[in-house]
Structures are given as C-alpha cells and as structure tokens.
Design a protein around this ligand. Structure first.
Ligand code: HQG
Length: 174
C-alpha cells in the first residue's frame, strides 16, 4: 500500500485527492485488477499494525491515506503549521554529508524534509542508506526566522528545506 498511497497510485489506476485520500472501494477494485486481493478487514489490519502508523482511515471509514512521505504530484496535503521544539533531528548516511553541507537538506523526491524529535528515530532513518549520522537542526531558530514546520499525524516533523547554517553533526549518538 505504501507505493500506491504515496508514490505511484497510477500504477494500479488509483486516484488520490489533494489531501491524499483514496476511496477504499476503489483501492480494493484497483488492487484486485492488479492481482492483489484486499478487503476492508485486511486494510484495517495493515493500518492498525503498521510500525510507523503510516496510514489513516477517515472517520466515515470510506477513505484511506498515507499521513506523510508522499512523492506523487497528485497530492498536496495542507498540513497545519506547528511551532517546533527547540531542536529536531535528521538521520542520514555519512556518504550524503558533503552534499548536505553544500546544499542544505532538500526534500528530493518527497514533498518535505523529514525530521524527528528524538535521536533514536533519526538513527533508524539514517541506517536505511548506510552508516548513520545524525544532524541536529535548530528548529526553533528556523521558526523564528520565518521557516514553516508541520507535524504529520504519526509524529514525523516536516519542513521544506533546512539551510546549512541551522544544522550541526551530533557526535556520539548511539
Ligand atoms: C538525503 C522513512 C544529499 C537525506 C523514514 C536522506 C522517514 C541529501 C535522503 C522518511 C540532501 C532522502 C523519510 C542533499 C537530503 N544531498 N543527500 N542536499 N538532502 N539528503 O527516504 O528523510 O518508511 O526521501 O538525508 O522513516 O531518509 O518511508 O528521506 O537520506 O520518516 O515511512 O536524501 O522515510 O519512512 O531519503 O526518510 P528519503 P528520509 P517510511
């Protein structure tokens, strides 16, 4: 479900609205046409057991969406602005550091740079790409200087970009 609700809904002919919602009946039909059997109970179980609470079902139980992490241009979620804590963390791999300290953190294919409130989450995120390294982000200072922050329903912090002057490497984080 990650792939179709965040990245390539068109791969199974699914349409998401601006806020990322897909009609659950449509998702079941589109998935079936592509050889994947789903029903409401299976979908509900995926949502409930997802390790990072990536998905949400609407209050009327008719729609489903991923709460963050999108790259598809079909979606442009209007997240509420939220005042960030003093610092946030970004986990990345050591091999990206030179480029990050040249360009700042950029969202790449996703819509936002992803930040977390704790170092252990950041470590796990960074390990996906190699030897993890954590950057400390002066989030409050960024906020005071006009940058906008959001928090997705699963707790992940989002911002469009982090310029180099707001980041520093966290030593001895493990
Ligand atoms: C890096 C997972 C070079 C950035 C996780 C990251 C997260 C740069 C990679 C969520 C750069 C992008 C997001 C620059 C940033 N030069 N590299 N200027 N700026 N990068 O996967 O933050 O399982 O798109 O450090 O748990 O790693 O998908 O972003 O290493 O919450 O739910 O470019 O994805 O969640 O990689 O991870 P990603 P991310 P899910």
């Amino acid at each position: 479900m990650h792939a179709v609700l965040r990245h390539q809904p068109e791969s199974i002919g699914l349409v998401l609205d601006n806020e990322g919602w897909a009609d659950i009946v449509a998702l079941i039909k589109c998935a079936a046409r592509h050889g994947k059997r789903l029903d409401f109970a299976i979908i509900e179980k995926i949502v409930d057991t997802n390790d990072k609470k990536r998905f949400a079902i609407s209050a009327d139980q008719k729609r489903i969406r991923a709460v963050q992490g999108h790259s598809t241009q079909q979606v442009n979620i209007r997240y509420q602005e939220k005042i960030p804590p003093a610092v946030l963390y970004h986990g990345t791999a050591t091999r990206f550091l030179a480029s990050i300290f040249k360009q700042g953190l950029i969202a790449g294919t996703r819509h936002y740079v992803h930040l977390s409130a704790d170092k252990s989450t950041a470590t796990k995120v960074g390990q996906r790409y190699g030897k993890a390294i954590i950057l400390k982000i002066e989030a409050q200072l960024m906020y005071e200087q006009g940058f906008t922050f959001h928090q997705a329903d699963n707790g992940v912090w989002l911002t469009k970009t982090v310029p180099v002057e707001y980041m520093s490497v966290v030593e001895h984080f493990q």
